[in-house]
Design a protein around this ligand. Structure first.
Ligand SMILES: [Zn+2]
Ligand SMILES: [Zn+2]
Length: 72
């Protein structure tokens, strides 16, 4: 489990570096967070291609279903 969380952190960082720590929805670079487009539990890959960088606000909206990521 330890290895997995290390990989997770690494992949999150790679995804954010690719997106230059910029929210892919609104373009903000404050409080950038990595979001898994497809979660592990639903068969999503542990891969940076599965990470999108979002600011804290947009991230919350995605999780509340207010923003549909697949439209981006
Ligand atoms: Zn945003
Ligand atoms: Zn998320």
């Amino acid at each position: 489990m330890k290895k997995r969380s290390y990989e997770h952190t690494k992949i999150q960082r790679q995804g954010k570096e690719r997106d230059q720590y910029t929210c892919q929805i609104c373009g903000s670079n404050e409080r950038s967070e990595g979001h898994h487009i497809f979660d592990y539990v639903y068969g999503g890959a542990a891969d940076k291609e599965n990470i999108v960088t979002l600011c804290h606000d947009c991230h919350n909206k995605v999780h509340k279903g207010l923003i549909d990521l697949l439209k981006f």
